[in-house]
Design a protein around this ligand. Structure first.
Ligand SMILES: [Cu+2]
Length: 491
C-alpha cells in the first residue's frame, strides 16, 4: 500500500464516525489532568489536555462539529480557550467571561459548528497556561485527508520550575533587580539592524554583541542596544512536544516524501524563529488560514501563532532537524525528521548564535490565499500599545473605548510605543492584516499578529459574532499586567 492509499484508508476510518454521527451520539471527550514530565533530568508536574484515546489535544474530521465534553480532573478550577475558533461567545473559554471555570470533577459540554479547517490550539487563559495547559486543535479539511503528504504537529512551549505566580510577582515587583542580574551569567545576543520602514525593525544580522546576564532563579530581562527589550523571563527549558533537544522527538519520514508541519507556538513569553535547515520549505498557512506559498528556510512565530510548513524530504534521505530558535538567545528546541535507518546525531540545546529578533519582514510579504469579502470599513479605531519593563504595567490605550456594531467591518490600527514586541490576539473573529506602518497590503488572515516596537499594524475584521470579546497581548505576563481589553457588541 503506498502512502496515498494508506492515508486514504486512515482518512475514511477517521472521517466516517464523525460524518455519520447521529445528532444524539456522544461527544468527543477532552480531559484536563496533571502529569509528570522529565525535564533536564528532574521530575516536573505539569498539566495535560488529552482526548478520549489519551493523545494530546484534539483532531476534528472535515465538517465535524466541535462537540466536546471537557472534564476537569484537577483539584483546582480550570477552563480551556479554543484559540482561533469562532464559537458563540459563552463557549469561548475565558474564565467568568461569561461562564465560570469548571470546578474540580466538573464536566461541561460544548457544541458549535467549526467555521474553517486549519491549525488551531487550545490553552488555559490563566497562569495555568505557563504550566503546559495547552494542546493542538487540528481541524482537517477534506483535502488534508487526500493530500499525498505526512502530517506532523509540533507544539512549542517554554518551561520553568518556578511557579508562574512567582514569575509574575518578580516581574511586577519592579525591575530594579534586572540591572543587578546583568552582572552574572552568559547570555549573548546579537545587535540590531535598521530597515527602511519603521526604523525599529530588528534583523538577524549581528552588528556586534553584548553580554547580558540572567537573574537568579530564572527571572531575567534582556535589553537590546537602542533600548528594545526582548525576553523578560529566562526559562529552564524550551520544549517541542514536551521534549527538550537533549531527547527530541524523532519522526520517521519517507525518502522523497512531503511533510506538512503544523507548528504551534504555545510558549507563554518566548518568540521563536523556525529553522528548517537544508530542507526545501514553503509557508502555506498562518494561524490556520492559507497564504500564497512563501518559500524560505527561516520563519518567525510569535506567541499564539501557528505556521503550516510544507517540506520536501530529499530522495537520498537523512535526518533533518526542525529547530525553534529562541529570540535573542542561543537556546533552541525542536524535532527531528528522519528517514528509516538514517543516523540521527545529537544536538546541543544551545546553538552557536542567538536567535534572530522577530520583525515584520515575513508578515509584510504574506498574501491571503482566499481574500475575505472586502466590505467597506464602517469604523476605524486606533490603539496605542504602551508600557514598560520597569513598572511592568502594560496598556492598550484607546481600546477600552471601542464599542463594536454588529454587521460592521472594523479596522483597528495598533501602534506600539513601548520597547517590547506584542503579539496581539482577538477572540471570536479572524482578521486580515491590511496595513503595516500605514502601507496597505492584502495580508494574511489570522488571529494573532506581532506588533514590534515602533511599528504599527492595521487589522480588519467583520463584527459578525456578538459577545464581549477579549482583545489582548498573547505574552502571558503582559496580559496579566494590563494588556487586555474586552470589545463588546450585541446582536
Ligand atoms: Cu505584550
Amino acid at each position: 500500500m503506498n502512502r496515498r492509499h494508506f492515508l486514504l484508508a486512515a482518512a475514511s476510518s477517521l472521517a466516517l464516525p464523525a460524518l455519520s454521527r447521529p445528532a444524539f451520539a456522544t461527544a468527543r471527550k477532552l480531559t484536563v489532568a496533571s502529569r509528570t514530565l522529565d525535564i533536564n533530568g528532574k521530575a516536573a508536574t505539569v498539566y495535560g489536555l488529552t482526548d478520549d484515546a489519551g493523545r494530546p489535544g484534539l483532531t476534528l474530521a472535515p465538517g465535524e462539529r466541535f462537540a466536546v465534553d471537557l472534564a476537569n480532573r484537577l483539584d483546582e478550577p480550570t477552563i480551556v480557550h479554543w484559540h482561533g475558533l469562532t464559537p458563540p461567545w459563552p463557549q469561548d473559554g475565558v474564565p467568568d467571561n461569561p461562564l465560570p471555570a469548571l470546578a474540580p470533577s466538573e464536566t461541561r459540554s460544548y457544541d458549535f459548528a467549526v467555521s474553517h479547517p486549519g491549525t488551531f490550539w487550545m490553552h488555559a487563559h490563566t497562569l495555568q497556561e505557563q504550566n503546559l495547559l495547552a494542546a493542538p486543535l487540528i481541524v482537517h479539511s477534506a483535502e488534508d485527508l487526500t493530500a499525498d503528504r505526512q502530517e506532523v504537529v509540533v507544539l512549542l512551549h517554554d518551561f520553568s520550575f518556578t511557579p508562574a505566580t512567582e514569575l509574575l510577582a518578580r516581574l511586577t515587583k519592579g525591575s530594579g533587580q534586572s540591572m543587578h542580574g546583568m552582572a552574572h551569567g552568559p547570555m549573548q545576543m546579537g545587535g540590531m539592524k535598521m530597515d527602511g520602514m519603521g526604523g525599529m525593525d530588528m534583523g538577524s544580522q549581528s552588528m556586534g554583541s553584548m553580554k547580558m546576564g540572567s537573574m537568579d532563579h530564572g527571572a531575567m530581562q534582556q535589553a537590546m542596544p537602542g533600548g528594545m527589550d526582548l525576553n523578560d523571563i529566562s526559562y529552564d527549558a524550551y520544549l517541542a512536544n514536551d521534549r527538550t533537544l537533549d531527547d527530541p522527538e524523532v519522526i520517521t519520514v519517507e525518502k522523497g516524501g512531503r511533510v506538512l508541519v503544523r507548528l504551534i507556538n504555545g510558549a507563554t513569553a518566548t518568540q521563536f524563529t523556525i529553522d528548517c535547515g537544508s530542507l526545501a520549505a514553503s509557508l502555506v498557512a498562518v494561524d490556520g488560514y492559507p497564504v500564497e506559498p512563501l518559500s524560505g528556510a527561516r520563519f518567525p512565530v510569535t506567541m499564539g501563532q501557528r505556521l503550516d510548513l510544507l517540506l520536501e524530504i530529499p530522495a537520498t534521505g537523512g535526518a533533518f532537524p526542525i529547530l525553534a530558535l529562541r529570540e535573542g538567545g542561543v537556546e533552541r528546541t525542536g524535532v527531528i525528521l528522519a528517514t528509516a535507518g538514517a543516523p540521527v546525531g545529537r544536538l546541543a540545546v544551545a546553538g552557536e548564535d542567538a536567535g534572530p529578533v522577530l520583525d515584520l519582514s515575513v508578515e509584510s510579504r504574506l498574501i491571503a490565499r482566499t481574500q475575505p469579502p472586502q466590505a467597506p470599513i464602517a469604523a476605524r479605531h486606533d490603539v496605542t500599545l504602551a508600557g514598560d519593563m520597569m513598572s511592568y504595567t502594560w496598556a492598550m490605550q484607546g481600546a477600552e473605548a471601542i464599542v463594536l456594531t454588529q454587521g460592521h467591518r472594523v479596522a483597528v490600527t495598533m501602534a506600539n510605543r513601548s520597547m517590547m514586541a506584542h503579539p496581539m490576539h482577538l477572540h471570536g473573529h479572524r482578521f486580515q492584516v491590511i496595513a503595516i506602518d500605514g502601507k496597505p497590503i492584502s495580508g494574511a488572515v489570522r488571529d494573532t499578529v506581532l506588533v514590534p516596537p515602533g511599528r504599527s499594524v492595521t487589522i480588519a475584521f467583520d463584527a459578525d459574532n456578538p459577545g464581549t470579546w477579549p482583545f489582548h497581548c498573547h505574552h502571558l505576563y503582559h496580559m496579566a499586567s494590563g494588556m487586555m481589553v474586552h470589545l463588546p457588541y450585541a446582536s
